[in-house]
Design a protein around this ligand. Structure first.
Ligand code: AKG
Length: 339
């Protein structure tokens, strides 16, 4: 009986491991990158972790005492919620303004509320987040490793031909323990540098869009760890999950259009850097302050698609069904022609 019980346990355990391996894809980790290696990895369009790269003294100096000396009374606008699962679609948080040092205290203690700073421009949401502009006192603590190859010119006149990368934004992110950010995609590539605490990141490739119950760039599925997700979201089973845990000093390359969700396993401080794709310089929306507005041509396409559906919806069902299927066939043909 006892041996039957232990054999069954081993069996269940192996099935669970196999299921976990099937569901979660591996994210590769690299150290000592050269710029050629970094370029070739970025080209692959897969997330990857970089261990212990030279991101400057932030990795040694940043703590509460240091911030107390440098930016104690700087005012910051912060998301505050009674739920650790921030939900942008249903807005289960409010924005509150604190002195930086007061915010750090609240954010790092367990007090029944969850806090999240995503730094923004000085003039509310009409400016791009940039550490040098909003946090000049600590900005030099963050350096960019050479392999990223950021352009040294602040306002490079020739962004679409220049061989270097062009920084779009540098964003300070501070979260309470257990706080998670809604699943979303960004139109720009970025590196998420983890400085204090551990953070879990779950990603899905762009091809998973049909399985993620999207509203714009955000998924309706808020708790990715819930056990009964398939009841409410049956198509989510088809998604291909990539998952990793970032330790302090690790950074993660997040390709553009990859869905991602982060959960701070501990009180957490990080910075991320978005950069522009030279081929898309003229396609970005000028009012995009977050790196997540759809490309202008895609927005036009959505508007026209809505118009097309409005036209077809005026027809009787039989004809509407026929013409919508014709449109889908056209879209599928176009999709198949992309390698
Ligand atoms: C991003 O890097 O685009 C994120 O959404 C990161 C969110 C976070 O870790 O706070």
């Amino acid at each position: 009986m006892e041996s039957f019980f232990s054999i069954s346990c081993v069996h269940v355990f192996s099935v669970l491991i196999v299921l976990f391996m099937k569901m979660t894809n591996h994210i590769e980790t690299f150290e000592n990158l050269t710029s050629d290696k970094f370029d070739s990895l970025v080209e692959q369009d897969l997330p990857f972790i970089i261990r212990q790269a030279a991101f400057g003294s932030c990795l040694r100096n940043w703590n509460k005492d240091y911030f107390g000396q440098k930016i104690a009374s700087k005012q910051v606008s912060v998301h505050v919620s009674t739920s650790p699962l921030l939900d942008f679609i249903n807005k289960n948080f409010s924005y509150c303004v604190y002195d930086f040092i007061e915010f750090l205290k609240l954010c790092s203690e367990e007090n029944g509320l969850y806090y999240y700073l995503r730094s923004i421009g000085n003039h509310s949401s009409k400016e791009i987040a940039n550490l040098s502009e909003q946090f000049p006192e600590i900005a030099n603590d963050v350096e960019y490793p050479e392999f990223i190859n950021f352009c040294a010119e602040e306002n490079c006149p020739n962004e679409n031909e220049c061989p270097n990368r062009h920084l779009f934004s540098s964003v300070l992110r501070i979260s309470s323990r257990n706080l998670s950010i809604w699943t979303h995609y960004d139109v720009m590539e970025n590196i998420l540098l983890q400085i204090i605490g551990r953070k879990k990141v779950i990603l899905f490739p762009p091809t998973d869009a049909p399985f993620l119950y999207l509203k714009g760039d955000k998924s309706e599925i808020i708790d990715l760890e819930a056990h009964d997700l398939d009841k409410k979201y049956p198509m989510f089973n088809n998604a291909t999950r990539y998952e990793c845990i970032l330790e302090p000093g690790d950074s993660l390359f997040i390709p553009s259009m990859w869905f991602h969700n982060t959960k701070a396993l501990e009180y957490s401080i990080g910075v991320n850097f978005f950069w522009k794709n030279p081929q898309l310089i003229h396609h970005y929306d000028r009012n995009d302050f977050y790196g997540n507005k759809d490309l202008k041509l895609a927005t036009h396409a959505y508007v026209n698609l809505d118009k097309a559906l409005q036209h077809l919806n005026k027809l009787p069902d039989k004809y509407r069904k026929f013409y919508i299927s014709m449109c889908i066939a056209k879209l599928n043909k176009s999709l198949k022609s992309i390698s």
